[in-house]
Structure formats: structure tokens, C-alpha cells
Design a binder for this molecule. Structure first.
Ligand SMILES: Cc1cc2nc3c(=O)[nH]c(=O)nc-3n(C[C@H](O)[C@H](O)[C@H](O)COP(=O)(O)OP(=O)(O)OC[C@H]3O[C@@H](n4cnc5c(N)ncnc54)[C@H](O)[C@@H]3O)c2cc1C
Length: 419
């Protein structure tokens, strides 16, 4: 075991790193706090920069089977008027698709592939990390059998990678004064509803604006025998209250439905759609200020542990996947300490830009511009408010910053994953 890369956390980043390292023949083992790996969460989007890496790991068929292959991004104001529409994924000329998928489906695809390829003993559930120590020879990671649990044990390895999400204990160990995640001033209510296909049946819809209420809506599972899809939605409203983030905190319709009470559109009856939800969860939109460093000798951070970002650019999972690729390539090329430094050099600045842009100018900046310029009134024609070129420039600007412009991606290899 002493020669393994110790991966803390079997979320999207930890499992992708495990797959990439196994593919590259770098020994590794994943330790997960939860007592078992269960499909948790709701919707997540994988943009072409991330699906390219997952395709290189041979996962595109499984993803295509479970997910919706997203075809278009469509923006409306709160009066249901169309602002802008653009193709996504292959429809936009990318070599790889965009997938909208249930986070649980994605996690189980990664988990099943890792277990099938590396072996069931390479992922250990019920092991909650407390911290890590290191010397010149390696790392020693301490685990108990759950948060606040017993059965303390230590595991030795070559390198430790914190993939333990936004509340990362290893991030806290190296940044003890950082404090709780930073509240953005926006509260979110999210849910899934079984509903007939909306628009193209593969559309990513954003509507309204945060001050009055914004909705993000996209399907995440194929049409069932009754002609219904599982459709993910998030209602986002500026709210001064901060409540501690918990992905599974139940939400109440009374707290947000009034903001959408008159959203009866020809493309969707939003109040009826929300009221038909299977369940509603609430959590605040949070991130953390970017860190000056992630790597400390033989220990580094990856995914949300390294760069938690507000979910306004569909990049949380994707950037964790890109981190996994970069770290694998670095470990193949350099000795451990130099590898972790090289990984940080490649990824820290790039993700810092995304964290900050998600605060100021994510793709929904299109909605903000129209909200401000139209003074929140219905328009006669969108061209009276903003030109199509400006709308496209807003959208393309984010793609460049987040690393998935069509030109930027074309021709780039996915070397490490193919190794
Ligand atoms: C339960 C859950 C539900 C989510 N649902 C959504 C969603 O619906 N939509 C969305 O966009 N994003 C969701 N996310 C976040 C999303 O998965 C991440 O933003 C993104 O995929 C980056 O992945 P990550 O691997 O860095 O973090 P995560 O996917 O959050 O994975 C972190 C993993 O580390 C484990 N862990 C935490 N602490 C410890 C510890 N001390 N020791 C060992 N293991 C530990 C966690 O149990 C988890 O499995 C969810 C995250 C979680 C944990």
C-alpha cells in the first residue's frame, strides 16, 4: 500500500482520478466517508472539455446511454420571451457532446467502471479522513469510520489527494483560518419533476433574473414509457439569509413559488411544473475565495476541495475531471513533490479565473444584461434591447475563460487519459 496514491473522497473528482491513474498504471486507492457509494444528487452538466476526457477513458457510451445529449442553450426573460438560443455540444461543432445527467448516474458510472477495472478492494467506503501527515518518504492519512466515528486507522502512501469536496478536511488542515464557504447572496431550491419534453427535449433553459427569481431547467434522463422525462430544475433568488449548505436539506414551496406564480408560458407552465416535483431541496449558493496554493509537498487538493465555485457555469464537475487529467499527467512525468507542484501550476490559475468569473460574468450574464437594459419590462423585439453579436460575445467569453471554446478544444489531446 505504501506506494499508492491515496485518494480521499469518491465523488466525481476522486473517482475520475482513480480511473485516470489506473489507466496510466499508477497504483491508487480511494477512501470514501459515506458508508456506501450511493447515487446522490440531482442534475449536473458535463461540457465538451470534460466529456472529451471521459471519452478518452472509454466512458462515452455509458454516459450517452444514461444522460441527455444536450442540444441547445435557450434564454428567456421572466415574461417568457425568447432572448437567445445557441447550439451546444456536437450541434455546436465540438468533437464531443454536452451531457445533462443525474449526478447519481454519473457517480455510479464512474464507480462501476473503477471497480470493474481496478478491483473492488481499491475503493474503501466508511473511511472518513481526519487529516494527513508526511515525511520525505511518503504520506500517512488518518481515517475513522464516519464523521465523529471510531476505529481510527492510518494508511500510508506515496501521495495524498484531497477530493473530499467543499467541506474538505485537508483543505482546512492547510488553511485553518479560512472559515466557512462564502455565501453569494443567492439561495437555491432544486428539484426534479417528471414532465413531458420541454422545447427540444434536450434544451438547457435559463429564464428570469436573480433579483426576482431565475430558473434553470434541463432534462437529465430519457423519456420513459409514459412519455415523460426526468427534468432537473433550480430556482435561484437573491436572499439575505444564509443557511448552512447541505446538499440534502428539504426546501419549502412557500419560500420560492410566489416568485414564479405568473410564469405561465407557451413553452412551460412553470408553477405547475414546480408543484409536480418529486421533492424540493434547498441550499445556499456558495464558493470560497481562490487559494494561493493547493500542493504541500506530497499532498494536494482537487475538484471542489481545491476550487469550489458557484454553480452558474456548469463547470464544477468538469473542472474536477480536468484536474484529474492534469494530475495524472504530472505524476507520470515527475517525482511526487515536483508532480504536485506542476499540477498546481497548470490548474490553479485556470480555475481561479473560473471561480471569479462565475461570480461576475457566468453564462447567465445574458439574463442580467437584458434585465438591466429592458428595465425588467417585456420587449417588442430583442434587437431593441441587445444585439445578437453582443449576446454571442457574452456566451463565447465565458467559454474561453472556462476552457471550452470550440477552437480551443479542437486538436487538444487527452494524452494522460489515453496513456
Ligand atoms: C451528496 C452530494 C450531492 C451533490 N449533488 C449535486 C447536484 O445535484 N448538482 C451539482 O451540480 N452538484 C452536486 N454536488 C457537487 C458536485 O458533485 C461537485 O461540485 C463536483 O462534481 C466536484 O466534485 P468533487 O469530487 O470535487 O466533489 P464531490 O462530488 O462533492 O465529492 C466529494 C466526496 O468526498 C467525500 N468526502 C467528504 N468528506 C470526506 C472525508 N473527510 N473523508 C473521506 N471522504 C469524504 C464525499 O462524501 C463525496 O463523496 C453534490 C455533491 C455531493 C457530495
Amino acid at each position: 500500500m505504501g506506494d499508492e496514491v491515496i485518494i480521499v473522497g469518491a465523488g466525481i473528482g476522486g473517482l475520475t482520478l482513480g480511473l485516470a491513474l489506473h489507466h496510466a498504471k499508477v497504483p491508487c486507492r480511494i477512501f470514501e466517508s459515506a458508508p456506501e457509494i450511493k447515487p446522490i444528487g440531482v442534475g449536473i452538466n458535463l461540457l465538451p472539455h470534460a466529456t472529451k476526457e471521459l471519452a478518452a477513458l472509454g466512458l462515452e457510451p455509458a454516459l450517452a446511454n444514461a444522460a441527455i445529449t444536450t442540444t441547445d442553450a435557450t434564454f428567456f426573460n421572466r415574461f417568457g420571451q425568447l432572448i437567445y438560443q445557441e447550439p451546444l455540444g456536437r450541434a455546436a461543432g465540438y468533437e464531443h457532446p454536452q451531457f445533462s445527467i443525474h449526478r447519481g448516474d454519473l457517480q455510479m458510472i464512474l464507480f462501476d467502471a473503477f471497480v470493474a477495472r481496478a478491483g473492488a478492494d481499491k475503493v474503501v467506503a466508511g473511511r472518513h479522513c481526519l487529516g494527513v501527515e508526511q515525511d520525505e518518504a511518503g504520506v500517512t492519512v488518518t481515517f475513522v469510520d464516519g464523521p465523529g466515528g471510531g476505529n481510527r486507522e492510518t494508511v500510508c502512501g506515496r501521495v495524498a489527494v484531497a477530493c473530499d469536496g467543499i467541506h474538505s478536511v485537508i483543505r482546512k488542515q492547510f488553511n485553518p483560518d479560512e472559515g466557512e464557504p462564502r455565501y453569494s447572496g443567492v439561495n437555491m431550491w432544486r428539484g426534479v419533476t417528471h414532465w413531458k419534453p420541454i422545447l427540444s427535449g434536450a434544451s438547457m433553459v435559463r429564464a428570469g433574473w436573480l433579483s426576482h427569481g431565475k430558473m434553470v431547467i434541463y432534462p437529465i434522463r430519457r423519456t420513459d414509457a409514459d412519455g415523460l422525462q426526468l427534468v432537473n430544475w433550480v430556482a435561484e433568488i437573491e436572499t439575505p439569509n444564509y443557511r448552512k449548505r447541505d446538499w440534502n436539506r428539504p426546501g419549502s414551496l412557500d419560500d420560492f413559488l410566489p416568485a414564479f406564480a405568473d410564469w405561465h408560458f407557451d413553452w412551460l407552465d412553470v408553477p405547475a411544473f414546480i408543484c409536480a416535483a418529486d421533492s424540493v431541496l434547498e441550499f445556499p449558493m456558495v464558493d470560497q475565495d481562490p487559494l494561493p496554493r493547493w500542493s504541500f509537498g506530497r499532498v494536494t487538493l482537487l475538484g471542489d476541495a481545491a476550487h469550489p465555485m458557484v454553480p452558474r457555469g456548469s463547470n464544477g464537475a468538469g473542472q474536477a475531471i480536468l484536474d484529474a487529467r492534469a494530475l495524472t499527467a504530472a505524476l507520470l512525468e515527475y517525482e511526487p513533490v515536483a508532480a504536485l507542484a506542476a499540477y498546481e501550476k497548470q490548474r490553479l490559475e485556470a480555475t481561479t479565473r473560473i471561480v471569479l468569473t462565475n461570480r461576475s460574468n457566468p453564462p447567465d450574464a445574458i439574463l442580467r444584461e437584458v434585465f438591466l437594459r429592458s428595465q425588467d419590462k417585456p420587449f417588442r423585439a430583442i434587437e431593441d434591447v441587445i444585439s445578437r453579436d453582443e449576446l454571442r460575445a457574452l456566451s463565447d467569453g465565458y467559454k474561453r475563460i472556462a476552457g471550452y471554446s470550440v477552437d480551443g478544444l479542437r486538436g487538444q489531446g487527452a494524452q494522460a487519459m489515453q496513456a
